[in-house]
Design a protein around this ligand. Structure first.
Ligand SMILES: [Ca+2]
Ligand SMILES: [Ca+2]
Ligand SMILES: [Ca+2]
Ligand SMILES: [Ca+2]
Length: 466
């Protein structure tokens, strides 16, 4: 049962509204899938911004996706209810690129997904929230989630897609696909994303695909992303536009284990890497692509060939994922600030920032901890034109399997890193693994260390310590 009324709006406020259409409020008073579906259909038909208030007590189980096919902004406001499904479907989708504001809701998929119990075998894997931008979209898509929990879906927890290839859109630097002129703004406040993306390859907690013109701007506060099958957060920005993020009071924990190492141990050839003299072996002599596993895309196989076609080297590895992963391609920079955040026990890097094309990396880690990640704690890699500027203030990298902190700058451009009141220890179980700073090709490199304890040492190339 739904009732509709115009939202009371003062004359003074009206003067400040950018659009002539006022937001309507639809109150859903019955706890049922049909009532919510009706409200979404009414909102789509109204062609004005709509606020749907879930004004019922109790939870709702749905069998199909709650789809909003309108283009006008939609707010879906709950008061702590759970919307769950036992089916492998996307819970909430804005199919026409509408601005979406969701608050006070838990969205729960069936759970129990693993690489051995996949959700993508008989059709697409369900997501938590999906916003698909239109090919002709302009401006900035605004997505806001506050006091929201997403769990138990086979694919992405939250997916915002401005990419013509939809789920086949690869990473931002090398990924294919084109996009609209629009950019994407994403805000998460007090959001929990847990146990998502464990039923398909590359199922991130939060995933943004931004192609064509337009930038990504992310504001993430007081949130937790844990046990996502792939990256906790992946922001892929291809084409013109920056990748900008503020991450405050946020935890990224135990993400990236869809390709569970124990399940693939026996499938990886032994030895898992080898090098050869020119003319020694052909590709037919080395182990071929791995087949017959729960998901063969988990096993990466890299082969380097000499000019004469003989094999120079091969390497097999598992595709595990990061706490937070930015890929920035084309024009534009990575600009990120972390404040009071924890990046812990992710299966690849903790922070993995890659910037290519024009533009640099400008990052600040303040009161932030990276510990126990399988590879590097913080990895920042920049190439082509552009510089690297980094700050670590009262931050630490401890017990990571790779380096503690990496800043790499290639091609034209400088590297300037300041480390104050920070510490690294126990990374990679060896020496010179606390901070790696590399400046290559044209440019200068400077690392300033003040009142910091880099117990496992530094590894510098083209960089002076001040
Ligand atoms: Ca775009
Ligand atoms: Ca870009
Ligand atoms: Ca660059
Ligand atoms: Ca350089």
């Amino acid at each position: 049962m739904t009732t509709r009324k115009k939202l009371l709006t003062s004359t003074a406020l009206t003067l400040f509204l950018a659009t002539p259409t006022l937001a309507e409020t639809i109150s859903v008073t019955e706890a049922s899938e049909a009532a919510i579906t009706d409200a979404l259909a009414a909102a789509a038909a109204s062609e004005s911004a709509t606020r749907i208030v879930l004004a019922f007590e109790g939870d709702v189980e749905i069998s199909e996706t709650l789809a909003y096919d309108g283009r006008s902004a939609l707010a879906l406001i709950g008061s702590g209810q759970t919307v769950s499904t036992a089916n492998n479907v996307t819970l909430l989708a804005a199919t026409q690129g509408a601005d979406l504001h969701i608050a006070g809701l838990t969205l729960a998929g069936p759970g129990g997904w693993t690489v051995e119990n996949r959700g993508d075998v008989n059709g697409p894997a369900g997501k938590g929230i999906f916003v698909d931008l239109r090919d002709d979209q302009t401006g900035t898509l605004s997505f806001v989630a506050e006091d929201v929990t997403v769990s138990g879906v086979a694919s992405y927890g939250i997916h915002l897609s401005d990419c013509t290839l939809a789920d086949d859109c690869g990473g931002g630097q090398t990924g294919d696909g084109d996009g609209s002129e629009a950019g994407i703004s994403v805000t998460l406040r007090n959001v929990t994303i847990d146990d998502v993306g464990n039923g398909t390859f590359d199922g991130d907690g939060l995933r943004v695909d931004e192609r064509g013109a337009g930038a990504i701007a992310a504001m993430i506060t007081g949130s937790t992303v844990s046990k996502a099958g792939a990256d906790g957060i992946e922001l892929d920005e291809g084409g013109a536009g920056d990748n900008t993020a503020m991450v405050i009071d946020t935890r990224l924990v135990e993400n990236g284990a869809y390709c569970t190492p124990a399940l693939f141990e026996d499938a990886i050839p032994d030895p898992d890497e080898a090098e050869f003299e020119q003319g020694e072996v052909t590709e037919a002599d080395i182990p071929g692509p791995v087949t017959g596993t729960a998901d063969d895309s988990c096993v990466e196989r890299e082969v380097d060939l000499y000019d004469d076609g003989s094999v120079e080297a091969y390497e097999f590895g598992l595709d595990l994922d990061d706490g937070i992963d930015f890929d920035e391609g084309g024009a534009g920079s990575v600009q990120a600030t972390f404040l009071r955040s924890v990046i812990s026990r992710n299966l690849d890097e903790g922070v993995d920032f890659d910037e290519a094309g024009d533009g640099g990396i400008d990052v600040q880690f303040i009161d932030t901890v990276a510990e126990g990640n399988t590879d590097d704690g913080y990895k920042n890699s920049e190439e082509d034109a552009g510089s690297v500027t980094g700050l670590m203030l009262r931050s630490s990298a401890t017990g990571n399997g790779g380096k503690g902190v990496v800043f790499e700058e290639e091609d034209g451009g400088d590297l300037v890193v300041h480390v104050y009141d920070s510490a690294t220890s126990g990374n990679d179980d060896s020496d010179d693994t606390g901070i790696e700073a590399v400046q290559e090709d044209d440019g200068t490199g400077a690392l300033t260390l003040v009142n910091s304890d880099i117990a496992d040492g530094t590894d510098l190339e083209g960089v002076e310590v001040k």
